[in-house]
Design a protein around this ligand. Structure first.
Ligand code: EPZ
Length: 434
């Protein structure tokens, strides 16, 4: 089992290239099912989840060529002949975003059988809102043997509908928006998710011939089309990667320029980092983040759907606040079990008390390096962040979680002065290539 070994104490300095967003690339890849033409996706990150989606689509009959990551990353996806409309459990259980093939398959082929993703470390992760939307568009949806079996009734084509989501769901918004792009008539999504990844997906669908308005707001209107055509689209930069490395700059009191970063993708986050004492400077190439000179000020954070503070940055912010000159209340409102980094941070000397969905973090002068275990993607990186500043050596195990969402994390941090290496069976190894 690979692990990451970090010797804390170095300030990070230099520049980090930001990759394309995992949470945009995954739905964009699923959107290729909506047309028989080729969809070209540029700036696709090299991540385990991307490879899982590639495998899933290939299993359905999509041809996928090109390469993710590296120089000029570009994938060409062509779903001219879909041989199978089933997404099997052994792939879906590894990557929940596989559920995003459900809407496109149903809309284009009138039938789909997709394994229920099941829960994951951070929560139960139901998909009832995805199914609600598709049912209201005329699909019959049954849950049989752990699978979603969906069929478009009326002659195999979905129809437009007005769908009001009782709570904001990124995935349900994406699945239903993709299905609506080929439905008969207009669909209106009410209480839709507003994340930048939704905007990116809508922009790609529009390039493919879809008619969509209101993306980025809580009400999205889609005029269904008989068919969509191919397009070329560049994946939006990964705002969670930006936030992660911005926090790494802060925690080490360093100075990083994040190349390709855009402040508009993280409304409020840079302001919160400035409140802790950081200096944020927009540059021609991205965003420069200078950490506070001394211990950061403690700030309170509550995760909320976009444009609120992203839940995917909650663990990283907590790692930062463990060293604050004061207390910080961190409240998680999106997922029911997203504090699994707390016991691991506590092993490093953090002083954190959890009450329900809130964690009270009392800043300590110094963390101490320790062997810790990754439990989910963002918890993993919060342990790396803590290791960057802890006294002595930290080893993070089960780092396959990291490989799901961070391209070349060890290399990017090492290039900026971190004493960090990946170890595989006792030998120093190169960054995982998904
Ligand atoms: C997406 O997950 C992201 N994943 C998550 O990122 C992110 O944390 C999440 O959105 C919130 O921003 C991808 O985009 C691949 P939701 P998703 O549907 O779509 C509940 C990461 O670390 N819900 O917005 O699954 C759900 O349980 C990952 O990169 C229902 O109740 O999130 C949760 O409490 C983790 N029924 C809340 O809504 C549903 O049908 C928000 O979930 C769907 C969701």
């Amino acid at each position: 089992m690979d692990e990451v070994r970090i010797h804390g104490g170095n300030r990070l300095s230099g520049k980090i290239p930001i990759s394309g967003a995992k949470n945009a690339a995954l739905p964009l890849m699923a959107a290729s099912l909506l047309t028989g033409d080729s969809l070209v996706l540029n700036n696709v990150p090299l991540l385990a989840d991307i490879e899982s989606m590639r495998t899933l689509l290939a299993g359905l009959g999509t041809t996928v060529s090109g390469h993710a990551g590296g120089a000029e990353p570009s994938l060409t996806l062509t779903s001219a002949r879909i041989a199978d409309t089933e997404a099997p459990y052994d792939i879906v259980r590894k990557m929940r975003a596989s559920i995003l093939v459900l809407g496109p398959l149903l809309a284009r082929y009138g039938v789909a059988r997709v394994s229920l993703p099941g829960g994951c470390a951070i929560g139960n992760r139901p998909v009832d809102l995805h199914l609600k939307g598709l049912r209201e568009m005329g699909a019959s949806v049954d849950l049989t043997g752990g699978y979603v079996e969906a069929r478009a009734r009326r002659g195999g084509r979905l129809h437009g509908a007005k769908i009001a989501f009782p709570l904001v769901s990124v995935g349900a918004t994406e699945n239903v928006m993709m299905a609506a792009a080929l439905a008969d008539g207009e669909s209106v999504l009410i209480n839709a998710a507003r994340e930048p990844e939704i905007i990116d997906l809508a922009n790609c669908l529009i390039a493919m011939g879809a008619t969509i308005e209101g993306h980025g707001t809580d009400t999205i209107r889609i005029q269904g089309r008989e068919s969509l055509h191919g397009a070329s689209h560049s994946v939006v930069p990964d705002r969670i990667e930006v936030g992660t490395y911005a926090i790494a700059a802060c925690v080490t009191r360093g100075d990083l320029e994040l190349i390709g970063a855009r402040t508009d993708l993280l409304p409020g986050v840079f302001e919160i980092l400035a409140d802790t004492g950081a200096t944020i400077i927009e540059t021609e190439r991205g965003v420069r983040v200078k950490g506070p000179d001394g211990r950061p000020s403690g700030v309170d954070v509550m995760t909320e759907p976009h444009p609120g503070f992203p839940t995917d940055l909650q663990a990283q912010m907590m790692a930062y606040m463990t060293g604050a000159a004061g207390a910080s209340m961190i409240t998680e409102t999106i997922f029911e079990n997203r504090f699994m980094h707390v016991p691991e941070l506590s092993r490093m000397g953090a002083n954190i008390t959890v009450h329900g969905s809130s964690a009270l973090v009392r800043g300590v002068a110094k963390l101490t390096g320790a062997p810790v275990m990754a439990t989910d993607l963002r918890a993993s990186v919060s342990l790396v962040i803590a290791g960057l500043v802890a006294k002595g050596e930290t080893t993070v195990s089960r780092i396959y979680h990291l490989d799901r969402g961070y391209e070349r994390l060890v290399g990017k941090l090492h290039d900026c002065g971190a004493v960090i290496e990946r170890v595989s069976d006792g030998e120093v190894a190169r960054d995982q290539v998904a």
